[in-house]
Design a protein around this ligand. Structure first.
Ligand SMILES: Cc1cc2nc3c(=O)[nH]c(=O)nc-3n(C[C@H](O)[C@H](O)[C@H](O)COP(=O)(O)OP(=O)(O)OC[C@H]3O[C@@H](n4cnc5c(N)ncnc54)[C@H](O)[C@@H]3O)c2cc1C
Length: 291
């Protein structure tokens, strides 16, 4: 099931907890727009249990005169929750500063919640809710293979997941293959020249990471999933047929169609892929977190 099928209005926004920004840092390379910021926040609530793949809610201030008390948005937790000195949960999220073009006026508008979050400074407060959403569950069998496919801020839950796998679970025997797509190397979060959080796992025999970049980033070409995935097509297809393989997908919604296209090619036809994907989803072996 895709988390994206749930409408924001359907989420429970109580109870609410005040949080304070501990740090805020731009994690995109210099000059890359839009920026993505990593925020570490301390939440004033008793500790809570969280699994990788879940998100927290943020209530950005609204305009009561227009009937919006607040704007509710979700953000994936990008690290394992820590606790601060007072034993309160400390959470990391990464937020892309969004803007969009209005279809009618052609004007550019800033996304409300993402700009609110990106403009916060250390010490500022905000209101949070959650956690919500389907976790990316670690299979019980340590021989299970995990294929993780993410774009943009979709890397956030995988950063937490891979850390959980190698730090908390340990002794993982199955293969862990991460595919991370972006328009250019500069847009890869946590996997670039300045900061590669995944480098600590490259020595793990079971871990592999591949970048899927657009061949012509300035032309807004789609991410070259075919190059990264198709190059390993036969191997991937074999893995998908193995009941021990689980696929987790995270990022913006349009990647669903892009991946369907690539996997249809690997399968030999759209119909064949549709059937295989339905089987995988029915067995909770294909889990999407798309927004
Ligand atoms: C389960 C879930 C997890 C999410 N996790 C994250 C996360 O970890 N980091 C994050 O930045 N956002 C995440 N989002 C998106 C986030 O909730 C907001 O939708 C986003 O910040 C835009 O809100 P806004 O109020 O700033 O803009 P709005 O005023 O709501 O609209 C801004 C425009 O930006 C587009 N847009 C929204 N999010 C993105 C994105 N990440 N990349 C490209 N275009 C986008 C929208 O389609 C819209 O056209 C998640 C959404 C869901 C449902």
């Amino acid at each position: 099931m895709s988390v994206a099928v749930k409408r924001l209005e359907d989420y429970e926004t109580e109870p609410r907890f005040e949080a304070t920004v501990v740090t805020t840092e731009c994690i995109t390379a210099k000059g890359v727009e839009p920026e993505v910021r990593e925020l570490v926040i301390d939440v004033d609530r008793p500790s809570f249990s969280y699994s990788a793949g879940q998100s927290i809610g943020v209530l950005a201030p609204g305009s009561p005169e227009f009937g919006h008390e607040h704007h509710f948005r979700l953000y994936s937790v990008a690290d394992l929750p820590q606790t601060n000195d007072a034993g309160r949960p400390r959470i990391t999220i990464c937020v892309r500063r969004c803007s969009y073009i209005d279809n009618y006026s052609g004007e550019v508008y800033n996304g409300i919640a993402s700009n609110f979050l990106c403009d916060l400074n250390a010490g500022d407060s905000l209101i949070t809710t959650g956690p919500y959403g389907l976790p990316f569950e670690v299979p019980e069998d340590r021989d299970a293979n995990l294929i993780l496919i993410g774009t943009g801020t979709g890397i956030a839950p995988f950063r937490a997941f891979v850390k959980h796998l190698y730090h908390d679970v340990g002794d993982w025997k199955g293969r862990v293959t991460l595919f991370y797509g972006a328009r250019s190397g500069l847009e890869l979060l946590y996997m670039n020249d300045e900061r590669d959080d995944f480098a600590q796992y490259y020595d793990e025999e079971t871990f592999e990471a591949f970048r899927a970049l657009s061949p012509r980033p300035n032309w807004a070409d789609p991410i070259a999933w075919d190059m990264a995935l198709s190059e390993r097509g036969a191997e991937l297809w074999e893995m998908l047929g193995d009941p021990k393989t689980h696929v987790f997908v995270a990022g913006i919604e349009k990647m669903r169609d892009e991946l369907d296209r690539v996997f249809s090619d690997l399968a030999g036809s759209k119909e064949k892929w549709k059937r295989r994907k339905a089987e995988l989803m029915a067995g909770a072996r294909w889990v999407e977190l798309l927004y």
